[in-house]
Every structure is written in structure tokens, then in C-alpha cells.
Write a protein that binds this ligand. Structure first.
Ligand code: TYM
Length: 332
């Protein structure tokens, strides 16, 4: 059976981009068609300045939202990365096959390290090695497919390269994974700046719709979205990024096709109104389930405990095999 692995990091509140680009597919499709694991990758949240209490809070909220989005712990495995040591055990071995040049070429590293430096801060070493830990997340489980939004494709390609290189040097150990993306909404853009991604780690702002935003907040954010000069509703990501983003979101929420939907609108106002309502409707059931799950925190704890146990058992044989292959003596 196909093995699927994906993750989300608790660096900020979960956004509509996370949901449409990744989580919704995990819940609606991936968990049923594959033997799948979905992980709150909390170690990755430590690669930038963070408040420990906030990371703990967001990790729990992230896990609760994965369940609220429809992941069924009877069908798939949901757990926290820091509960399963195999991730960090394998990460070190992969650091021994990755190169520093490769790490410095990663787009997210370039962007995030530049931002840290602009703020006058220093860049943590773990930000540079982040993609190696991500490769370990994937490779530890013999993963075939990694369902992610566009921004993570380069990291998954690095995981592929490391798997191939390790296998060539030390003998076949890892399955070589591939990224899979959604047909629409692979890159949901910021409503106030449609040339940049709607990212949860950015400062909170009117351009980001959060999964737990109240309906009126969603409406306000969508109605105030920056559109382009011009009046006609056409789907062109290059010249009309604001309108194209709204059409992408509307299409992802209603199951339509962005270019075809454009033809149905004579004004930006009507497009915004329908998009806002479509988003509110998509979020409504997730928010309802989230409220129910919050009333019973011990349920989420139980899911995470069982999930970690299952994940450990799934990862250990591959990670042990990698230890032997690279030249380490097994413990006696
Ligand atoms: P993260 O936490 O930034 O995002 C989680 C998932 O949401 C997708 N996504 C988006 N999709 C469309 N439009 C957007 N605006 C948008 N913003 C985020 C991301 O592509 C991702 O699929 N490094 C990863 C987490 C990770 C991981 C892994 C993923 C760690 N280890 C192993 C897969 C496999 C990250 O920061 O995702």
C-alpha cells in the first residue's frame, strides 16, 4: 500500500492556505487511499525565535485542528514529531550525506535567514539544517508520496536527492519519495499582498484568513482583499494576481475551475462576496468539530499517545537499517 507522510509546523495559527493547500486533501483523500501519517512537526518550530508556551499551545491546537479537519485516528496516524526520537536519529545521518551548499540554496532558508538578519537577529543553525530534518521525517517512514503545497516542493526534492545519494553510497535503504500537490490552491496568496504567500508565520494581518476566524472576520478580510486596477474579472495570475487569488480560493471552496468561474462575474464586489461566503461555509464544519474536540482534551491526548507509539514502530526498522548501512555497530 502507498505510504503517505505530511506535516505542519506550529509556528502560527493554521491558515486557509494550509487548509486548502494541504490539510483538506489529507482528510478527504489521502488518509483513505494510503497508509498515512500526519505529523505536527514541533521541532521545526524551534528554528526561529519562539515563545515556548506558544509553541506548546499551537502544537495542541494544530493536532486538534487536524482532527477537526477530518483526519480519523482509526484510519491514519496523527502524532507530534518530538514524541518520536527516530526523526532526530535519522536527521543526523542525513546531515552526513547532505552538503552545506545544498542547504544554502534552499529558497525558504534564503528568505527566512534574510528576514532574521534584517531584524538584527542571528540565524539559528537549525534553520539551515531544517530541510535535512524534514527529509528525515519523510524517509524514516518509507514514504512514497508527500502531499504538500507548492512552497514545500523544493524541500521534498531535496529529500529525494538525499535518499538516492544514501542508497547509492550505502546500499538500498530508503524509498525515494515524491511530492504531490492539489489541482487548485497549491499556493494561496496573502489577501493584502497577492504576490506573497498566505503564510502563518508572518505577522498576523488582514491579509491572512485563519481557520478559526469568526465568519464576520472572514467576510471582512475577503471583502477588503486587494484587487487589481481594471474592472473585468479575468483569471491571470501574472497581471491580475489579486483577482486570480480570489478565483483560486473560490474554486477550491466550491469545486469549480478558476478560469471558468471568472466568466460568471461582472464585478469584483460580487466575486468577493461569493468568495467570502464560500470560505465561511468551508470553515464552518471544521470550526464546529474543533469546538467539540476542545471540550474533551483527553481525547486529543489519547490520539497523540497512540499515534506516537504507532509512528515509532513504523520508523524504527528503517532508521535502524540506516544506522547499520552507514557504518555504525548495532548496540550489543
Ligand atoms: P507548513 O507548516 O508551512 O505548511 C503546512 C502545509 O500547508 C501548505 N501551505 C500552503 N499551501 C497553499 N497555499 C499556502 N499559502 C500555503 N501555506 C502553507 C504547505 O505547503 C504544507 O504542505 N516544512 C513544512 C512542514 C514539514 C513537512 C515535513 C511537510 C516538516 N516536515 C515532512 C511534509 C513532509 C512546513 O513548514 O509546512
Amino acid at each position: 500500500m502507498t505510504r503517505v507522510f505530511s506535516g505542519i509546523k506550529p509556528t502560527g495559527h493554521v491558515t486557509l492556505g494550509n487548509y486548502l493547500g494541504a490539510m483538506r486533501r489529507w482528510a478527504d483523500v489521502d488518509q483513505y487511499r494510503a497508509d498515512s501519517l500526519f505529523c505536527i512537526v514541533d521541532l521545526h518550530a524551534l528554528t526561529v525565535d519562539h515563545d515556548p508556551a506558544r509553541v506548546r499551545r499551537l502544537s495542541r491546537q494544530g493536532a486538534t485542528l487536524l482532527l477537526a479537519a477530518g483526519l480519523d485516528p482509526e484510519v491514519c496516524t496523527v502524532y507530534l514529531q518530538s514524541h518520536v526520537d527516530e526523526h532526530t536519529r535519522l536527521s543526523y545521518l542525513l546531515e552526513c550525506v547532505a552538503t552545506d551548499g545544498e542547504m544554502r540554496r534552499m529558497i525558504q532558508y534564503k528568505e527566512k535567514s534574510a528576514r532574521e538578519r534584517e531584524r538584527g537577529g542571528s540565524v539559528r543553525l537549525s534553520l539551515l539544517t531544517y530541510p535535512v530534518l524534514m527529509a528525515a521525517d519523510i524517509l524514516a517512514f518509507g514514504t512514497d508520496e508527500v502531499p504538500v503545497g507548492d512552497d514545500q516542493v523544493q524541500h521534498v526534492e531535496l529529500a529525494r536527492d538525499l535518499a538516492v545519494r544514501f542508497n547509492q553510497r550505502y546500499g538500498h535503504t530508503f524509498v525515494v519519495p515524491k511530492a504531490t500537490g492539489p489541482e487548485v490552491a497549491a499556493r494561496v496568496m496573502n489577501l493584502q499582498d497577492p504576490t506573497s504567500k498566505m503564510g502563518k508565520s508572518e505577522d498576523s494581518g488582514p491579509g491572512i484568513v485563519y481557520l478559526l476566524d469568526e465568519p464576520d472576520v472572514v467576510r471582512k478580510k475577503v471583502m477588503r482583499a486587494v484587487t487589481d486596477s481594471g474592472r473585468e474579472v479575468v483569471y491571470d495570475r501574472e497581471t491580475r494576481p489579486g483577482v486570480a487569488n480570489l478565483l483560486d480560493i473560490l474554486a477550491a471552496c466550491t469545486g469549480g475551475e478558476p478560469a471558468a468561474l471568472a466568466g460568471a462575474y461582472q464585478s469584483y464586489g460580487a466575486l468577493k462576496k461569493d468568495t467570502a461566503e464560500a470560505v465561511v461555509e468551508v470553515l464552518r464544519p471544521v470550526q464546529e468539530r474543533h469546538r467539540e474536540l476542545c471540550a474533551d482534551p483527553s481525547h486529543v491526548d489519547g490520539v497523540l499517545r497512540d499515534g506516537a507509539e504507532r509512528a515509532r514502530a513504523m520508523a524504527r526498522p528503517t532508521v535502524d537499517a540506516a544506522y547499520r548501512a552507514i557504518g555504525l555497530l548495532p548496540p550489543v
